[in-house]
Design a binder for this molecule. Structure first.
Ligand code: GDP
Ligand code: MG
Length: 707
């Protein structure tokens, strides 16, 4: 493997909606650079990226892939990412190591919802960004519409460097306003002829060139002066200006391509090689959010952005070198665990193909094998170097299922498999719920969960299925009730005696104290399942000994964790114990615990109990045309609209929706909007379940108990 200087490395993430042509563009770039002499296609299942069986089967990217090429002495690493919102986790990872974000737009569709979300993420990370408008040969190609949409969404910084001479079937030439040249391609693509701009296009090209020059000069005073002085900038001044404004995210240059016919890729490679920043020109983010410029003069270190596991090889650790070169045989330390690591064989990846290398230089991306307990987001350094980068933050999950084993005895195997899956794909989240007595798998959508099911079955050979996950309901009461319970047992020897008077009330923050009671002691308990229990000791005259109070509380807590109504957990209740009686011999802790439990249960059931359900705050992002459908669907899901917002033709709706109604929402939303809408959700609160639903749930619980 050739060795590169850090200045000659580029780390480029390919981002954009599913089907815009990222994988094809990567393949074509590798071919066009001469790094490979074969050019595969997604249809023929022989691209460097999309090499896993499931990707070939589905004909789309599911995992991030690391590819590379050599362009005239510059090593360009390509991080191909999946476009569908189900696999956003893979996109997030790439954004922690990319120094340029290349957005591929489908000229037939304009800016799609997925692209919008990735844009936000790249913006947050301050990554220099550029556009390639692809599929200009498509029947419905509309370059101008795509540019208009991009400008509307991403601002005036989107500047045209190239535009197509003609589109659709006729597409064969690109006009470049930076070079003021027309590139005309042979029928099957490849090297274009460089021609003067035709007379008919001169005015348009000059207009766009002026826009470009002004955009560049605007951000640089020296250039602005030169521009005013000479009325133009030469190609080198333009390039320097572009470099600076790209790096500062002042401008986002836009190029053209037809990836499947290899038209336009050479020029894009040239731009990446000559203009886009190298890894030493761009800061990485430290754990405390500070900026850190990597350098070959600092001690060897690396940042892990992805892990996977492959048959016959074991664990693969994908990393970016953030100090001096990483070499086999080095002894380093994982900052998260402080475990020592001995670096073994190192590779550079071309999709599935691994090429062994004897070093991974500063800023380059490489792969190490068989490193134990290393996760994406980890920083690995020399022992004495205190350096830690910000770990990858993954998108919030939007869908949950319960995993059911169809064969008993495989519990441990399932646990191991799920842990491995979560390690490789931290956007999946596994929860072993004691409360629901289910293994709940949280993911980003049906497709994401299906890929995991496929892995459980095929890779881990488990007989499993997904079932509906239970809902963590809560119980509470709606009015005050006073009650008493006497527990008395006389069986042979020692008897049991305890009597408790208590009052239950719905608890609310800031509610008034009980002035009718002599409150001697208050315990505010934050329940581990949310909400509160406020326990008040209002005993007068020592009718119940203080030493029995913990047992009384225990009895109440037992019933709180296994609610009187349906067995769900109870919350937000104030209990005041205000009277009772003891027996000098027969009273003990067990007796008081029982008496308290029974009294609490009785009072609870008389206090108009109410079932509560978790409700989530969701934000749906969708093209305006689907607004009507999405709104009426939300109302059928008992959704309460909180607000609406629009950015151009993209709408955002905020609503509060019960978790129960979000069961298949990700899937439904996709099918309603032809895959163009996305949503995020987060837990909001608990709210009262409507009466009819409460009745049904209680009946179901009782029926289940009888079995
Ligand atoms: N007509 C046309 N089809 C293309 C072009 N680029 C990619 N495709 C096709 O579009 C589909 C999706 O491409 P792919 O590279 O998998 O998109 P990705 O999801 O962004 O990686 C495939 O069938 C490609 O062959 C292009 O420039 N023109
Ligand atoms: Mg792809």
């Amino acid at each position: 493997m050739k060795t590169y200087q850090p200045e000659s490395i580029r780390n480029v993430a390919l981002l954009g909606h599913s089907g815009s042509g990222k994988t094809t563009l990567a393949e074509t770039m590798i071919y066009e650079s001469g790094t490979s002499h074969k050019r595969g296609s997604v249809e023929n299942h022989n691209t460097f990226s999309d090499y896993r069986d499931i990707e070939k089967e589905k004909q789309k990217s599911i995992y991030g892939s690391l590819l590379h090429l050599d362009w005239r002495g510059t090593k360009i690493n390509l991080l191909d990412t999946p476009g569908s919102s189900d696999f956003w986790g893979q996109v997030s990872e790439s954004l922690y190591v990319a120094d340029t974000a290349l957005f591929v737009l489908n000229s037939e569709a304009g800016v799609e919802v997925g692209t919008e979300a990735f844009w936000k993420a790249a913006e947050k990370r301050g990554i220099p960004s550029m556009f390639v408008v692809n599929k200009l040969d498509g029947d419905k190609s509309d370059f101008q519409n795509t540019v208009d949409m991009a400008r509307e969404r991403f601002g005036r910084g989107v500047v045209i460097v190239q535009y197509p001479y003609s589109e659709g079937d006729e597409f064969h030439a690109i006009i470049d306003v930076l070079k003021m040249t027309m590139y005309e391609f042979p029928e099957d693509g490849g090297r274009p002829d460089k021609l003067p701009i035709p007379e008919s296009q001169k005015a348009q090209a000059e207009l766009l060139q002026n826009e470009l020059v002004e955009a560049i000069a605007e951000n640089d005073e020296t250039l602005l002066d030169l521009y005013f002085e000479h009325g133009e900038l030469d190609e080198y001044q333009m390039r320097d200006g572009l470099q600076m404004s790209l790096k500062n995210r002042d401008i986002f240059p836009l190029f053209c391509s037809c990836a499947s016919r290899n038209m336009g890729t050479g020029r894009i490679l040239g731009f990446l090689g000559n203009v886009s920043p190298s890894p030493i020109e761009r800061p990485m983010t430290l754990k405390d959010e500070g900026e850190y410029y990597i350098s070959e003069d600092s001690d060897p270190s690396f940042y892990v952005f992805k892990t996977s596991s492959e048959a016959h090889v074991g664990d693969l650790t994908y990393f970016k070198t953030t100090g001096a070169s990483i070499k086999p045989g080095m002894d380093l330390v994982n900052r998260r665990t402080m475990d020592s690591l001995r670096i073994g064989a190192l590779y550079v990846n071309q999709g599935a193909k691994r090429i062994e290398t004897n070093e991974v230089v500063t800023g380059d991306l490489g792969v190490a094998v068989k490193l134990k307990d290393v996760l994406s987001g980890d920083t690995v350094t020399k022992k004495e170097i205190d350096l830690e980068f910000l770990p990858v933050s993954y998108p919030v999950t939007t869908m949950r299922v319960a995993v059911k084993l169809l064969k008993e005895g495989d519990e441990d195997k399932l646990g191991t498999a799920l842990n491995q899956i979560q390690k490789e794909d931290p956007s999946a989240h596994i929860e072993y719920s004691q409360e629901l007595q289910q293994t709940i798998l949280h993911g980003l959508g049906e497709e994401h969960l299906n890929v995991i099911l496929h892995q459980l079955k095929e890779r881990f050979k488990l007989d499993v299925e997904y079932i509906k996950p239970r809902i963590p309901y809560r119980e509470t009461i709606t009015k005050r009730v006073d009650t008493r319970y006497r527990h008395k047992k006389q069986s042979g020897g020692a008897g049991q005696y305890a009597e408790v008077y208590l009052s239950v009330e719905p608890w609310q923050e800031g509610m008034p104290d009980r002035d009718d009671l002599n409150v001697r002691d208050v315990q505010e308990i934050d329940l581990e399942w949310g909400g509160k229990l406020v326990f008040q000791n209002c005993i007068v005259g020592g009718v119940i000994d203080n030493r029995f109070m913990p047992a009384i509380l225990k009895g109440i807590m037992d019933k709180m964790s296994n609610g009187p109504l349906s067995g769900c957990r109870a919350r937000d209740i104030r209990v005041s114990v205000y009277d009772g009686s003891m027996h000098s011999v027969d009273s003990n802790e067990a007796a008081f615990k029982t008496a308290a439990l029974m009294a609490f249960r009785d009072a609870f059931l008389k206090a108009s109990p109410q079932l509560l359900e978790p409700v989530y705050e969701i934000e749906v992002t969708l093209p305006a045309v689907y607004m009507g459908d999405v709104m009426s669907d939300l109302s059928s899901r008992r959704g309460q609209i909180q607000g609406m917002d629009s950015e151009g033709s993209i709408q955002k709706v905020k609503a509060i929706v019960p978790l129960q109604e979000l069961d298949q929402y990700t899937t439904r939303l996709k099918s309603m909007t032809q895959g163009t809408a996305t949503y995020t959700r987060k837990f909001y609160d608990y709210s009262a379940v409507p009466h009819d639903i409460q009745k049904r749930i209680i009946e179901e619980t009782l029926a289940a108990e009888e079995v």
